[in-house]
Design a protein around this ligand. Structure first.
Ligand code: WT7
Length: 632
């Protein structure tokens, strides 16, 4: 992957002629010179119960505030305001189950479901500011539950349905949720994931939960605890829920800065942190970026193939498309089920116009060959997107040629759970270089810094930083403002530290290299080495563990672990397998290590910190670098 390759792809006239943004340069110049005016003009496109007094309040940095004094609710913009227009009859969601089930929701129908469920939550005593944990498969009731929470001002905390007991329990405990919404099970790759069973285990040690609401998806037998567990379908059928959904289910008026949701992500310590996003700024940021980058038109069918349980899903499956009154497609299951043409058959069947996915998914499908996509008519596609990790040029070219038939530009969007919205990204009118996320979104100022906090020279590697605030930025880490300041605003005072390294080329294009902290990207998923290591150490035979990421053809990175056993335990192939299963069980299948190696000693600094980079260099057979701090 090199920015030295002169390979440049110009967007086709068919795409640029009707693009919503015609002039990226001009938009960037304007936003750069008039940041507040730029975002205010975007905010005016949304509904506010009362208008803001101040666009950006930077009096108490880094605790920035946006649209201060404004009152809105993201749901008033995602649903309520569309109901008085022709969009009432437009499809908001199209959903296909892994087994072929099909469900569609007009804006009217989606609102009705959200109102019913919001009434249920209210009648259970859920109020503005309360936290609700959502742990579900990829069913329409997941976005419905999120929207119902937001509508009544509750703060949702979605825990990805691929996480296991420990991860769920820790997130419930940290958020102090009283209500948990789940499913009996979910379908994935022809198998059933037993969500309710995992919930039951997690709740043994999560005493704050008073009510569990269970959506029936698979129909398998589950234990229902009387007085605690309720079926979703029973609750929404109650006369109270039905009658309130007609007229009495008011959308709560929220301050722009009131929290909308928290979402846990991995950091450099073992404890995942809850990133907090708000109603006002987040709404303006994601609505604006989705419309301008993916050029969403009324008649488009948009498919973001992520999981709603990640930030990509929050911003660009659920809230973003609904803000725009767009039609969003959701698929429940695995891309290769039952055959590797599943995605392409759905692009054809539903006439998808814009497809947004991750490099790991592209690489995974690429290995089955071109024959699978070539069996389908993909001519409805106009734009493609990529997110989650740097896309290797080989995958980029395959995606461009085989899926987009050299017609569809690829929007490689760089952003994070913390940024809420796209930050470095092309627009359909920008020249593309495979492997580069191109340039910052208008109003975003990105740079590459040296260790000393100075901009590095063109082409040199350094730390990726963001120099100006943006509306969808995280406001804090839930209950831990100190960690927020330390993690993001202390390495270089006054600028936001992304945790990534990057290079900028002579055209101002950014080339993201990867994480520089103890965070791994495995299949686009973010995992902290500390979390993985603590899962290892929870096994009775393990004394100590170190986890690193090594290159993997499909996953991007795979987890390799070095383990020191306790006295009395003997290394064996069977034990290595047992440990892999143990970690997968603890954190979820995505965290299953590729390889476990037994050692008697780990490279450490004199202060006892594991030197993961030394393990990594040794594993790859490359120079170990500066070893002056190594104790051995
Ligand atoms: C990290 C954030 C934001 C949605 C999904 C991931 C990496 C993300 C790109 C890209 C290169 C990327 C970065 C970033 N990343 N997009 N287009 N090119 N790297 O969210 O789990 O919060 O992870 O993903 O390393 O810091 P996340």
């Amino acid at each position: 992957m090199s920015e030295m390759t002169p390979e440049i792809y110009q967007p086709s006239p068919a795409v640029t002629a009707n693009a919503i943004v015609k002039d990226y340069e001009e938009m960037s110049r304007f936003a750069g010179e008039n940041l507040e005016q730029f975002w205010a003009s975007q905010a005016e496109k949304f509904f506010w119960f009362s208008k803001w007094q101040k666009v950006l309040d930077n009096a108490n940095q880094p605790f920035f505030k946006w649209f201060v004094g404004g009152q809105t609710n993201i749901v008033a913009n995602c649903l309520d305001r569309h109901l008085a227009t022709w969009r009432r009859n437009k499809l908001a969601l199209i959903w296909e189950g892994e087994n072929g089930d099909l469900r569609t929701f007009s804006y009217h129908a989606l609102n009705r479901e959200v109102c019913k469920f919001a009434s249920v939550l209210r009648s259970m005593g859920v109020k503005k500011g309360d936290r609700v944990t959502i742990y579900m498969g990829r069913v329409p009731e997941l976005p419905i539950a999120m929207l119902a929470c937001a509508k009544i001002g509750a703060v949702h905390s979605v825990v990805y349905g691929g996480f296991s007991i420990e991860a769920l329990q820790g997130r419930i405990e940290d958020s102090q949720s009283n209500v948990l919404i789940t499913c009996d099970g979910s379908f994935m790759n022809g198998k059933v994931v037993e969500l309710k069973k995992i919930v039951d285990e997690a709740l043994r040690r999560a005493p704050t939960i008073e009510h569990v609401i269970v959506y029936k998806r698979t129909g398998q037998n589950v234990a229902m605890e009387a007085g605690r567990d309720y079926w979703y379908h029973d609750l929404v059928a109650l006369p109270l829920a039905r009658s309130l959904s007609n007229s009495g289910c008011e959308t709560e008026i929220m301050d722009a800065e009131d929290p909308l949701f928290m979402l846990y992500t991995s950091g450099t310590t073992g404890k995942p942190k809850a990133i907090l996003h708000t109603h006002g700024g987040y709404m303006v940021g994601i609505g604006t970026t989705l419309q301008t980058v993916f050029d969403i038109k009324e008649e488009d069918r948009w498919w973001c193939a992520a999981d709603p349980g990640w930030i990509t899903g929050h911003s660009y499956i659920v809230y973003g498309p609904l803000l725009l009154g767009a039609t969003s497609f959701i698929y429940e299951g695995a891309p290769t089920y039952p055959y590797p043409n599943r995605w392409w058959s759905m692009v054809e069947k539903y006439g998808i116009n814009i497809l947004y996915t991750a490099p790991t998914a592209i690489r995974g499908l690429m290995r089955f060959g071109e024959a699978w996509p070539n069996r389908h008519d993909l001519s409805s596609l106009r734009l493609l997107g990529s997110v989650g990790e740097p896309i290797n040029p080989e995958a980029w070219r395959w995606y461009y040629r085989v899926i987009g038939k050299e017609r569809c530009p690829i929007m490689d969007t760089w952003w994070q759970t913390e940024t809420g919205m796209f930050m470095i990204t092309p627009m359909p009118v920008v020249d593309l270089k495979p492997g580069s996320a191109t340039r910052p979104f208008p109003g975003v100022e990105a740079d590459v810094y040296s260790e000393e906090g100075k901009p590095v020279a063109v082409g040199e590697e350094g730390y990726l930083v963001l120099k100006r605030p943006w509306p969808a930025m995280l406001r804090t880490i839930y209950k831990d403002p100190e960690r927020y300041v330390k993690q993001y605003w202390s390495k270089f005072p006054g600028v936001y530290f992304t945790g990534d390294s990057a290079r900028k080329d002579k055209d101002g294009y950014f080339w993201i290299i990867g994480r520089v902290d103890d965070v791994l990207k495995v299949s686009g998923y973010r995992l902290g080495t500390a979390e993985i290591e603590s899962a290892f150490v929870s096994h009775p035979d393990v004394a100590e563990a170190a986890a690193i990421g090594l290159p993997h053809e499909i996953k991007g990175n795979a987890i390799h672990a070095y383990v020191i056993l306790k006295a009395g335990a003997t290394p064996s192939e069977a034990l290595a397998e047992e440990l892999k299963a143990h970690v997968a069980n603890n954190l979820g299948p995505i965290a299953k290590p590729e390889k476990v190696t037994f050692l008697t000693q780990l490279p450490k600094t004199r202060s006892g910190k594991i030197m993961r980079r030394v393990l990594k260099a040794r594993a790859q057979g490359i120079a170990e670098g500066d070893l002056s701090t190594l104790e051995e």
